[in-house]
Design a protein around this ligand. Structure first.
Ligand code: FAD
Length: 396
């Protein structure tokens, strides 16, 4: 087994099997050697780590939650730790994997026919084809369940087969500029329910334009999408998706993983700030010896430790089949709020150097903002918990 993370203060990783610990150790070694050293440069150049796709696939990081295509058996808890490790090295790489493997592959796993799963999941697990997940729209982020405007109209083609015509716009869609398949969520004009469509690329009438000048998760390529009379055969509709409730199943699975990513962001910043505090001297002493600096480090580690405890349990509930939307919503909201405190304290410990990429904290500080906002903002996830405990939905 690999050594446990120092930031795992209560040694939760000891609860993993030796095989799981060894697996995590292998992944950490790869991330330290191949991902972390390049992460600031890719961030600055606003480029996805696409060159790593074959190695990420080889390590089993795509489709690891889907037993039919997973490279190794794993519990949800072990996969959570892996998500933490990836975000600890680079939150953009974690998000790139989260979109392809978490959102796009899970959408096919949850809603796809046996034929669709057989066609897409093995090649996506091998990284030969990359996926994207198009839910958010220019006018609808938090209220996609009710507000989603992209339409899907069924018609009979000239050759007698059934097909759909998609029209609308999407915003913020990760990987969409280079993806081979984009899962598009659209409202059926007949029954008004949200349905899922596998839009193969390139597709006539489909354009994806990279969103420039982002100041968070710059290593993720997000796109504005327009769909103008995009034709999708009935065989590329996800038959297991009947309404937004089914989309929420996918989001529940990925939200718990995003919570783990939030811990990874906090750990990355904490480790850099701790190292800096031991090196940097002021008033003739390492700044790590000052009480106020120690308080920030201790509070950061307390936030990380509480977050790990929460996530270990919410992932175990997934393995037990007991996890509900409000459970993963609480984890996502709580952990990302604690993460945001941690990156701010860590940024502060670095003084002026904290705002410059070269000193190891600025990237996590900036990336935390997007992690706090996507897969349901802090507010929306908190209100999902509020609905569960009061019986009143505050957001409809
Ligand atoms: P809005 O919904 O406009 O919210 C603005 C503010 O209002 C927020 O603070 C929100 O909490 C608050 N608010 C809204 N309604 C309420 C309410 N009822 N009560 C209280 N407060 C409220 N989407 C995809 O589909 N696919 C992707 O791959 C994807 N990747 C992303 C990557 C990045 C880097 C980012 C930034 C976003 C990504 N998203 C993606 C979109 C993301 O899911 C949305 O940004 C998020 O859901 C919030 O929507 P919004 O930005 O439209 O904000």
């Amino acid at each position: 087994p690999a050594p446990l993370l120092d930031a795992d203060f209560y040694a939760f990783q000891q609860q993993l099997t030796p095989e799981e610990q060894a697996q995590i150790g292998r992944i950490r070694a790869f991330l330290d050697a191949e991902v972390r050293p390049d992460a600031d440069r890719l961030w600055e150049e606003a480029r996805s780590p696409r060159h790593l796709i074959p190695q990420l696939a080889e390590l089993g990081l795509f489709g690891s939650a889907i037993p039919e295509v997973a490279r190794f058996a794993s519990s949800s808890v072990a996969r959570g730790w892996i998500a933490l490790e990836i975000a600890r090295a680079d939150p953009s790489t974690a998000t790139f994997i989260g979109v392809h493997s978490g959102l796009a592959m899970n959408a096919i796993e949850v809603g796809g026919s046996p034929e669709q799963k057989a066609e897409w999941l093995p090649v996506m697990a091998r990284g030969e084809l990359i996926g994207a997940f198009g839910l958010t729209e220019p006018g609808h982020g938090s209220d996609t369940a009710k507000g989603l405007e992209t339409t899907a109209t069924r018609r009979t083609a000239a050759d007698g087969t059934e097909e759909w015509v998609l029209n609308g716009a999407k915003r913020w869609i990760g990987n969409a500029t280079f993806a081979d398949v984009v899962v598009i969520w659209a409202r059926d004009t007949a029954d008004e329910q949200v349905k899922g469509f596998l839009v193969r690329q390139p597709a006539a009438g489909f354009t994806a334009t990279k969103i420039e000048r982002k100041q968070s998760l710059r290593g993720v390529e997000n796109a504005d999408i327009t769909l103008q009379d995009v034709v999708v055969p009935e065989s590329d509709r996800l038959p297991g998706i009947h309404s937004f409730r089914d989309v929420a199943i996918v989001l529940r699975l990925t939200r718990a993983e995003v919570a783990w990513q939030g811990i990874g962001v906090a750990v990355g910043a904490y480790e850099a700030a701790l190292a800096y505090a031991k090196e940097r001297t002021q008033f003739g002493r390492p700044i790590a010896s000052f009480q106020l600096v120690q308080e920030k480090l201790a509070n950061a580690l307390s936030n990380i430790t509480a977050s790990i405890a929460l996530c270990v349990r919410v992932s175990a509930m997934q393995d037990e089949g007991a996890q509900r939307d409000h459970h993963s919503a609480m984890a996502k909201a709580f952990v990302t709020a604690r993460m945001r405190e941690v990156v701010a304290w860590c940024r502060e410990i670095l003084g002026g150097n904290g705002i410059q990429l070269d000193h190891g904290v600025a990237r996590y500080f900036a990336d935390a903002e997007a992690v706090y906002t996507f897969e349901g903002t802090y507010d929306m996830n908190t209100l999902i918990v509020g609905r569960a405990i009061t019986g009143h939905a505050a957001f409809v």
